[in-house]
Structure formats: C-alpha cells, structure tokens
Design a protein around this ligand. Structure first.
Ligand code: ADP
Length: 267
C-alpha cells in the first residue's frame, strides 16, 4: 500500500515537473514570437515614412514639381511623415524609460482643459486638409489635478492617435472633460473599428495588437501605446476605462484625482 502511495507521489511530482517545463518553454517561445513581431512591426513603421520622405525629396530636387502649390503639398507630406517617425521613436523611448523605472513624473498643478487645448493646436496644424474632425467639449470650470503635464499630454495624444489610426468612414473624434466622484476625466471617443469584448482587457498589455491578417492594408503599430497610457495613469493614481463595440467605435476615459483643498478652520 505504501509502495503504491509512493508511486502516486512520484507520478504527481513528475507530471507537475513536466507541466512546469512545458509552460516555461511555451512562455519562452511566445516571448520570442512577440519580440520578432515587434521588430518587424517597428521596421515596417520606420520604413514606410522614410521611403515616402526620400521619394518626395528626390522629386523636389529634380525640379520636376512645376507649381508652387504642388511644392508646398510635397513639403507638407515630408513634414507629416517626419512627425510620424518622431512620434514613433518618442513612443519607444518613453516605453523604455517606463520599463527601466527611469521616467520621473513631475508634480505640477495642471488642468486637463488647458493640456487638451494645447494638444489640439498641434493636431489642427498636422490634420490640416485631412478631412478629420476633432471636436472638444470641455467641462467649465474643471478642477485642477496634480501631475506631470507632459506625461498626461502623452497619454491623451496616444488615445487621439489611435482614434485616428483605427477610424473607419466617420472621420471624427469627440473629446470631452468632466467630473465624477471626486475625480476629473478626459474622454476620447471615436467611431472607428472598435474592439471585441475578449480583447478589451488585453489591449493594455505591452506589445498586444489586434490584427486581422486578411486585411491587405492592416494598420501597423508597435502595441506599446495603450500600455504607456496605462502606466502614466497608474503613476497618477488614476484609472482608465474602455467601452467599445466592434464596427461602432471606442470610448476611452482617463480619470485623475482632484486636488484636495485644505479644510478651512474657524480660526
Ligand atoms: P498599436 O496601436 O501600436 O498597435 P496600442 O497599444 O496603442 O498599440 O493599441 C493596442 C491595440 O488595441 C491595437 O493594435 C488595436 O488593435 C487596439 N486599439 C487601440 N486603440 C483603438 C481604437 N481607438 N479603436 C480600435 N482599436 C484600438
């Protein structure tokens, strides 16, 4: 009887060991796959704008562009593509800073309305003539929060960039601010391709992307944007919510705690 029990125990330990080995190998393989996908995504994202930039510069250099309007148009494309490259490199840098724990957050008094207005100025410049509409409805007045303006702006920019990237026919994004339960929020709502229920939690994981291999013109990306947003929000003791419906659109909300006013004393 004891011998049987011993065999049983040995068997259980053996199975557990094999299972452990199997899952660690599986994890390693998955990681290697994620890594290689990430490198191929990034290379593609770098190559496309670079190819466009060099093509337009070459055409301009050869003096083939005859009208002033066309020259201006080409310069604008070069500007937009350079902006795309810069923002991707910025994204990777900010991810690596967060990962290594080197991102230091300032503690400034900031107002989400002002931060958003500044961001939108840049967008209006870059989206000029692109037929994309960014609508901002601010809650007035909006209480201040304590945080790092640049980091918060990074988070909002990531959401707007995604809204544009994953848009469908309705080229519109509604941005609004508001107050809810001692927190202020900023909402970015798009009418794009949406996110299936099963993927809604996963999209905040680093490197995670929802891809549809059947689409020839599938949108490229690094899978880092939303993980950066999540880290920034966490560092500010805030929270992030997502409501989305496939082919109808997505709404992201970032909540931040309102600065507590010191209690008045009677003296
Ligand atoms: P990336 O956009 O570079 O892939 P993100 O971390 O920003 O990386 O997003 C992760 C995934 O979440 C994207 O690949 C996309 O599938 C999905 N996603 C993010 N934002 C949106 C959005 N506004 N609409 C639809 N899908 C989105």
């Amino acid at each position: 009887k004891e011998g049987l029990m011993l065999i049983g125990v040995v068997l259980v330990v053996l199975i557990a060991g094999v299972w452990f080995l199997y899952s660690s190998v599986k994890k390693e393989i998955q990681l290697a796959q994620i890594k290689s996908e990430f490198i191929s995504n990034v290379s593609h994202e770098i190559r496309t704008p670079l190819a466009l930039i060099s093509m337009y510069i070459e055409t301009l250099e050869m003096g083939r562009v005859k009208t002033v309007e066309k020259v201006q148009e080409y310069y604008k494309i070069i500007g937009t593509e350079t902006h795309r490259l810069t923002s991707m490199v910025d994204k990777i840098l900010s991810f690596s800073k967060i990962e290594s724990g080197k991102r230091i957050y300032k503690s400034e008094i900031c107002n989400l309305n002002l931060v958003t207005e500044q961001i939108l100025e840049t967008y209006h410049f870059h989206l000029n003539n692109k037929n994309f509409h960014l609508q901002f409805s601010p809650e007035q007045p909006l209480p201040n929060i304590l945080g790092d303006k640049e980091a918060i702006a990074d988070a909002i920019i990531n959401l707007i960039d995604n809204g544009i990237k994953y848009s469908r026919d309705i080229k519109k994004i509604d941005i609004s601010t508001g107050i809810e339960k001692r927190k202020v929020f900023i909402e970015v709502k798009d009418y794009g391709r949406g996110i299936a229920k099963k993927d809604q939690k996963l999209v905040f994981d680093k490197f995670f992307r929802v891809t549809n291999q059947n689409l020839a013109n599938e949108v490229k990306g690094t899978g880092l944007g939303l993980s950066i947003v999540q880290e920034i929000v966490k560092a500010h003791k805030g929270k992030i919510t997502l409501t989305s419906k496939p082919e109808a659109g997505s709404t992201f909300r970032l909540y931040f705690p309102i600065i507590h006013k010191p209690k008045k004393t009677n003296q």
